[in-house]
Ligand binder design. Structure first.
Ligand SMILES: [Zn+2]
Length: 459
């Protein structure tokens, strides 16, 4: 090979090396540039590792938080407290993934122009929450611990999701030094990060399984004397409910009747429905992921299996997941995932718009209708329609026993059937006592405000 040929070959190899390097760089640029820009050390985007520009508003455009200049929260202390678990505090004790999840969108980043829009005008993130509903929920909780959530079961938009105890980020109390227990778990978002013993709201699951898989269940009656003896122990009610059909037993929330339903059903069948209905699965939206639930009947005696169908034994449910399950019942058997961010606007342009995310069908339309009817009967015959003026409400209460030394958790969940108010709700009040007594007045106030919110703006 002569000298010229050798040089040509060397040049060719160099050209290949250059092309390879260029391709590698382009690939890295396209796949990684967003992350480089969003690196917490990037001074264009972050201030001490936190997103430093953007305004978060409620659904009507009411500003809740301005991220620039060290964070400016709402002027009203009640609003600051009711929205804290979604906006986060200055110290980062309540972290919210909203900012990192939407950081690229908020800064207007794109591959061609980079941070071209950045700095001209802050992005505006519109949440689905209503300030009025948040504040009504916080006031209705009246210092008790727990969570209240209401969402639109057709679109997934969360109108209200409050976690208590909460605090004012502009006037932070001494939480670490608190000995009264008033701020116990104040940093937790109880809607997402907690799983509760469900008590009798779990009977919605057991009812679904029984209606779907026990052929003659509607022809049967169940007698309650107040105590039902089983292998390994007994199941009890607060009073003797007498002879009831399934619908009345559900309205009475009769434990003895549901123990008999569990004997017909069997633990393994219930476990299959628990899986099919997805009630143990975590929910993910807008960068958040909820806690999982629990259902475990391994090595359980018949009486324990019965209690597992009554929402005790080892049962645990997460409020966010259970809300979406009840939403699926309301929506005819297919649920939609909740979401919190409605849209992001930058420079007068909508750069992100939430889309409704449907989940797989968990119930047939026919079965969903039956459960709706049963839950409707609970309110009409038991909880009282007068508590929900102008609304057709379906619901189930629960009293989750958490041990002899503490009062039980009061639970209440359900939905509104009216076409113009497609709302599902979930309430948990820790140490609250008896489910419906505690929760009905709370959800009554919150639903009344949500109705007004939808009357003003039906999205
Ligand atoms: Zn009973």
């Amino acid at each position: 090979m002569n000298r010229i040929a050798r040089r040509a070959l060397a040049l060719l190899l160099l050209t290949f090396a250059l092309l390879f390097g260029l391709c590698f760089f382009l690939w890295e640029y396209v796949t990684q540039a967003g992350q480089w820009v969003m690196h917490p050390g990037s001074p264009h985007v972050y201030d001490e590792g936190r997103l430093a520009s953007g305004i978060l508003t409620d659904r009507s455009g009411e500003p809740l938080l301005d991220l620039s200049g060290g964070r400016t929260y709402h002027a009203d202390p009640l609003t600051r407290r009711s929205t804290l678990h979604w906006l986060g505090d200055r110290e980062g004790n309540i972290s919210t993934p909203l900012y990192s999840h939407y950081a690229l969108t908020m800064t207007g980043y794109d591959l061609v122009n980079g941070l071209y829009h950045y700095g001209s005008q802050p992005a505006q993130m519109r949440l689905t929450l209503s300030v009025q509903a948040q504040n009504a929920a916080l006031e209705a909780m009246d210092g008790r611990k727990g969570t209240i959530a209401v969402y639109n079961y057709k679109t997934g938009a969360l109108l209200c999701a409050v976690s208590t105890p909460t605090f004012d980020p502009n006037n932070v109390p001494d939480i670490a030094g608190d000995t009264t227990g008033a701020y116990e778990g104040a940093y937790l978002n109880r809607f997402l990060q907690v799983s509760y013993v469900p008590g009798s709201i779990f009977k919605i699951v057991t009812l679904s399984a029984a209606l779907d898989s026990v052929p003659d269940i509607l022809d049967r009656t169940f007698t309650c004397t107040g105590v039902y003896e089983m292998e390994g122990g007994e199941v009890t009610c607060e009073r003797a409910h007498g002879e009831q059909d399934l619908k009345t037993a559900f309205a009475n929330s009769c434990n003895c009747a549901f123990a008999q339903v569990m004997e017909l059903l069997g633990g393994e069948t219930l476990e299959r429905y628990v899986k099919q209905l997805g009630i143990l699965e975590p929910v993910s939206f807008d960068g958040f992921t909820s806690e999982s639930g629990n259902f475990d009947i391994r090595n359980a005696a018949p009486v324990q299996i019965a209690w597992s169908g009554i929402g005790q034994h080892k049962d645990l449910i997460n409020p966010c997941r259970y809300l979406s399950f009840v939403g699926a019942v309301a929506n005819g058997g297919t649920g939609v995932l909740p979401h919190l961010v409605d849209g992001v606007e930058l420079g007068g342009r909508e750069v992100y718009t939430a889309r409704t995310q449907r989940e797989d069908r968990i119930l047939s339309t026919q079965l969903a209708r039956m459960i709706q009817e049963y839950m409707r009967n609970n309110v009409a015959s038991n909880y009282g329609d007068e508590n929900f003026p102008g609304l057709t409400v379906c619901a189930k209460s629960g009293t989750g026993e958490v041990g002899s030394e503490r009062r039980p958790n009061a639970m209440f969940t359900g939905f509104v059937m009216d076409e113009e108010y497609p709302l599902a709700f979930f309430v948990a009040v820790e140490d609250g006592g008896y489910g419906s007594q505690v929760c009905v007045p709370i959800i009554s106030q919150v639903l009344a405000v949500c109705k007004e919110v939808l009357d003003a703006d039906p999205f």
